[in-house]
Design a protein around this ligand. Structure first.
Ligand code: PMP
Length: 353
């Protein structure tokens, strides 16, 4: 006799991150190649002596600093141990059995996993032929049972974006009782001015939330800290569903210092954006129909060849992420790392048997 698990806990395969192997070129997880911002690294080193104490459970300094930085009331800001934790807390706060959650497909893989874990039913809406979130189809997928819509902008794994006019039209058509979560994990890399700032939309709409993270542009993936801006009642519920001390002391320190390093962040993200555009141009020249990306990764829509291509890269020491049957996502690394990837995709060997 074994102890039974709740069906929703075992039905999902769960999140399967690419196994990180030392010594390989890591272009699978959308991290930046260059570590924390220099100011954050210095603050972290100084903070390690204090880790025998529990951190501030409310992360009050960080919340206040974010509220200031984003020009929103502190009561709307919630921090979490990664924005993924905030995704989970939102779903737990808003959804119960039979409720529905709409998201693009492919989009961030955890939306359906966490929706099911919360007892809700994920509704996946295919992207357009241009690999962009299909806002008309997503509007049509909203039913009386819909509680949350996730809009990942730029979208992971395609890097594509929806612009302000289309998003405004979408928000006009979605009922106010549905929370629209704009997941802006990759916002720091956006250089197209047509892409709206989600926080502006959260200010003007009572049913819009924004999620962001220190894992990507800020280079703090290993510390696990993200934040969200929510309507006040949702923020209160999301905050209550956090574990105590969820954001650890080093994460709070590094995040605060990172917010003081806006110029360093901008320079870094501009450089990564230029490198992204160079790699895309090379891939297009090599015959891959890579859509324009506003994130720190690119999407190769190679369909059935996805797994063979990623296995080929892996055998030659480069880790990328395969989405079986759909494509391969490659993060922007250093120029040398990107060149190693480009050499491999330009000279594919015969697929493995
Ligand atoms: N949203 C998106 C779209 C992501 O790609 C990721 C990480 N891959 C996250 C949220 C979660 O990021 P984190 O938990 O590291 O803040």
């Amino acid at each position: 006799m074994t102890v039974p698990s709740r069906a929703s806990a075992t039905a999902e395969p769960g999140y399967r991150p690419t196994l990180v192997e030392p010594g390989l070129v890591q272009l699978a997880n959308n991290e930046v190649p260059d570590g924390p911002l220099p100011g954050a690294a210095r603050a972290l080193a100084a903070a390690t002596t204090g880790v025998h104490r529990y951190p501030d459970p409310a992360a009050a300094r960080l919340v206040d600093r974010l509220a200031d930085h984003l020009a929103v009331a502190a009561g709307r800001v919630v921090v979490g141990d990664g924005s993924v934790s905030l995704c989970q807390q939102v779903l737990q706060a808003l959804c119960g059995p039979g409720d529905e959650v709409v998201a693009g497909s492919p989009s961030f893989e955890l939306y359906p996993v966490l929706s099911r874990a919360a007892g809700a039913v994920p509704r996946a809406v295919a992207l357009t032929g241009g690999h962009v979130l299909d806002l008309d189809a997503m509007t049509a997928a909203v039913t009386p049972a819909t509680r949350v819509v996730f809009l990942c902008n730029p979208n992971n794994p395609t890097g594509t974006t929806v612009d302000r006019a289309d998003l405004d039209r979408f928000l006009d058509r979605v009922p106010d009782r549905v929370l629209v979560v704009l997941d802006e994990a990759y916002r720091d890399f956006v250089d197209d001015r047509a892409v709206p700032d989600g926080v502006d939309l959260a200010r003007s709409h009572g049913n819009v939330a924004v999620l962001r993270t220190f894992s990507k542009g800020y280079g703090l993936a290993g510390l696990r800290v993200g934040y969200g801006v929510f309507p006040v009642p949702v923020a209160d519920a999301v905050r209550r569903l956090a574990l105590p001390y969820a954001v650890n002391a080093l994460a709070q320190t590094a995040a605060l210092a990172s917010l003081d390093a806006g110029d360093e962040l901008r320079d870094r993200c501009r450089r990564i954006g230029r490198e992204r555009d160079r790699v895309r141009a090379e891939l297009v020249r090599a015959g891959f129909a890579v859509p324009p990306s506003q994130a720190n990764f690119l999407w190769l829509p190679v369909g059935d060849r996805a797994e063979a291509l990623s296995a080929h890269c892996w055998r030659h020491g480069v880790l990328v992420r395969a989405f079986p049957g759909l494509g391969v996502r490659v993060s922007v690394g250093t120029p040398a790392e990107n060149d190693a990837f480009l050499r491999l995709v330009r000279a594919p060997e015969s697929p493995p048997d």
